[in-house]
Design a protein around this ligand. Sequence first.
Ligand code: SPV
Ligand code: MG
Length: 554
Amino acid sequence: MAVSLRGARSAATTKSPAKTSALKAALRAPDLAFLMEAHNGLSARIVEEAGFKGIWASGLSISAALGVRDSNEASWTQVLEVLEFMADATTIPILVDGDTGYGNFNNVRRLVKKLCQRGIAGVCIEDKLFPKTNSFIGDGQPLADMDEFCGKIKAGKDSQTDPDFQLVARVEALISGWGLDEALRRAEAYRRAGADAILIHSKRATADEIFAFCKEWANRAPVVIVPTMYYATPTGRFRAAGISCVIWANHNLRAAITAMRETSRKIAVSESLTDTEGAVASVKDVFELSGNSELAEAERRYLPVAGADIRAVVLAASRGAALGELTADKPKCMIDVRGQPLLRLLVSTLKDSGVRDVAAVVGYRKEAVDVPSIDLVANDAYATTGECASLAAAADKLKGACLVTYGDILFRRYLLDRLLEAEGDIVVVADALWRERRRSGPGQIHDHIACSRPFSTGYLDDDTVDLRRIGPDLTDDDIHGEWVGLVKLSAAGSELVRKELGTMKRDGTLGKANMPDLFNRLVAAGHRVRVQYITGHWLDVDDAFDLAKARNFL
Ligand code: SPV
Ligand code: MG
């Protein structure tokens, strides 16, 4: 069954005991099992994707893919690194070609321990000498001393930290021309030493000597074969001979060599990609094989995006009459501040903090409001109504966590980031330096606030301050700060505000009410409105003087 690799990275966290027992079961099952060669994480994934139940981590292929010879030129730890990528990329067991065990019994002990740690299901070691030579090179390669090799098998089995880890002993007697009897003698010795299976290797073009071995061996332990040279033998004959496992030993590497050669040559000759594009895997395919969709999902789960789950409603319906001719044909929010409308600057600050869903309530000269990627909601009664009527026009945006901000303010982004982290259902931002800001003039209205305690640099982060009253009519003795025109509502806070706006509509106070009226009503009704003090780093634009300040602010 083909396995979808879309979520392979998470699936690949499958515990290695499941892999060792899967390999053990495959070797012992009456059915013929198949292991397909892979030489890195990508090819291992492709083997799993094709539906194979196990992987052969070929020494020849891993060496060749690293650009070295199959003569232990890659160190065993370099091979181990490749194996780790392969195991991480897949959920099926890997039987690794452990060559001669990279030394004596002691090296085998360490190898087996490390393979168990890295989630490799089994190792195959061969009875030749270190450094090994590939079985298909030359004739009469020297064999290891049989008893010494039995010691390696025992040492390996004694070192496995997973009880189902498989050790396959590879008999090279037929390869080296020692004949069937020697092959059987060695296989039996290795079985007695504790090998879980015997790999009987041959380099003949027919499988006759393999079948002769199987007949005499009579399945004393599972038999594994590598039919690279006797490839023409029908697989049914392997089944009939009672063989446990066939290893297709190097065909992904060889397929890759053919494909890469053809592609490189074609591109080199044509100096173009047009003939190649349709013949190679798409980039999208590469992303899928690498498990990118799982990463995207994990990013959504784990990456903090402050503000990603909060929206904003910007109140921007008023003209800003104190700005005179500047707002003759556009509302205050569209006034130019160094080449950009005020509202666009405000929206960029919101978006920079991750607040993507922004709606602006427009009214005066609404057709002149032109800011990309925001929703517009109209308060057509802007001339005769106040801020609460504008907010009520956007009532269906007041769902979940929500920021409400005046459309004529600018503030440093850190103030917003701090507000986004603040706790509380309704949190208003207030400037403790209200005295420095006080100025009279047309359009200058200061929403002063009285709080449960004054601003102090000595507060601990979690000390809370509550709003008592807000409005332009507080006496100096009562004032602790000035609301900047920015409030954060939790989902519950949005719900409260929506309900209060509904009540105001019913009792006839909605039309004329401004945001401070809303807050005072909420406080009077016993709801907590929290205050987050700041000290400057913001401004509002009511008249030409403010506009000059805004230009310097940028
Ligand atoms: C390998 O794949 O590296 C093997 C099998 O050991 S063979 O090349 O046939 O010896
Ligand atoms: Mg090998």
